[in-house]
Design a protein around this ligand. Structure first.
Ligand code: FE2
Length: 376
């Protein structure tokens, strides 16, 4: 087993694109008002900002929600003839924008397009009474976009054009703190191309790779490579389907998303037992738990941990260990009717990896769901 730590691998990344973390994630959805209610009620996000007809935006409505350092934006077009409507028609509800918080949005655009990125938004400066935000954007896999957001001279609630969103309905938070990683699914033979794109265009490094021999079940397989920026604040694992006896979950995603896109968003908590207990009580649906034997074998596989195994078992939480520590994780069912985007809840206790030891248990649970949809 390799003794190179993630910190050492990450140190090889190039720093022409300094990133301070995830700025926000924007979803294009069919009904942003109802989606916002779901994320407030079920996940405990708080109302932050709004843009729409009442604030002078004529063609769309956007609701911005916040919890910990996580900001999500839910946007719907108000007319059928609109790029957002086209996006929703093809992909269903899904992630359009993975926005990165940078120190210089103009330089981020220049450095990435110079290295071959396709432009989505030429650098521009947006201003209001709270200051200015500089913003630019490039396309990544599928129709997904990385925006670069520079907000050092801005004190408003979100971005110019948005008003603070005051609301009397404010369910409590569930302990979600920050985005740990966002995973993309790409098509056949597209993983290495995408990995090279992150290396060349973004200066990222490949910190972890899994092939189809490591990630497989009786029926299906996939390949995955994790890309990270230089400080480890931005991690984008990339999955590609692999040949198996039956259709893999990645193929099911690609079929129903009608293209490449974001498969899951992993959000971190400091207390996964409390967070998942709360999410379940509020109606968030999780993948079916692994078989009993998974927990029977846990002491042997993982060794000493702080949590009681009975409590983890009651909630179906998975545990994995690497050289640096352990992590606890659980996956929701897709959060829309198409079997596409889902969430991961993760608590890291030293481990910087992604739960490879759980892949088999996880994918067998995914396949049980897939079979129930008639898509296996
Ligand atoms: Fe993940």
């Amino acid at each position: 087993m390799s003794t190179i730590t993630f910190a050492e691998k990450i140190a090889e990344a190039q720093d022409f694109l300094p990133i301070n973390g995830t700025d926000h994630i924007e979803f294009y959805v069919g009904n942003a008002k109802q989606a916002a209610h779901y994320y407030k009620t079920a996940f405990g996000f708080q109302s932050l900002a709004y843009a729409g007809p009442e604030t002078g935006v004529r063609d769309r409505a956007s609701y911005v929600l916040q919890q910990g350092k996580i900001r999500i934006v839910l946007t719907t077009a108000l007319k059928s003839i609109h790029p957002i409507s086209d996006h929703v028609k093809q992909h269903g509800d899904g992630v359009k924008i993975l926005a990165l918080w940078v120190d210089d949005a103009y330089s981020a655009f220049k450095e990435t397009t110079r290295r071959g990125a396709m432009s989505y938004l030429e650098p521009e400066t947006r201003t209001d009474e709270h200051g200015e935000v500089r913003i630019s954007g490039i396309y990544t896999y599928g129709e997904t976009v990385h925006l670069f957001v520079e907000r050092k001279n801005y004190t408003g609630s979100f971005l110019p054009g948005y008003q603070p969103w005051k609301n009397d309905y404010n369910p409590t938070e569930t302990g979600l703190l920050y985005i740990d990683h966002c995973v993309g699914n790409v098509g056949w033979n597209r993983m290495n191309e995408t990995v090279k794109w992150y290396e060349r265009v973004m200066g990222f490094v490949n910190i972890l790779s899994f092939d189809d021999k490591q990630i497989n079940t009786e029926y299906s397989a996939l390949m995955s490579k994790v890309m990270s920026n230089g400080n480890g604040y931005s991690k984008f694992p990339i999955n590609e389907p692999a040949e198996g006896k039956k259709k893999s979950q990645i193929e099911e995603y690609l079929e129903f998303y009608e293209g490449e896109g974001v498969q899951h968003i992993a959000v971190a908590t400091k207390d996964i037992l409390a967070t998942v207990g709360e999410l379940k009580a509020r109606g968030v649906e999780f993948l079916s738990p692994p078989p009993e034997t998974y927990y029977d074998l846990m002491p042997e596989r993982i060794g000493e941990i702080d949590e009681e195994i009975e409590k983890l078992k009651a909630l179906g939480i998975l545990v994995d260990r690497d050289e640096e520590g352990y992590l606890l994780q659980i996956f929701t069912k897709p959060v829309e009717d198409r079997p596409t985007l889902f969430f991961e809840i993760i608590q890291r206790k030293g481990a910087q990896s992604f739960g490879a030891g759980n892949f088999k248990a996880l994918f067998e649970a995914l396949e049980r769901e897939q079979e129930s949809r008639g898509n296996l």
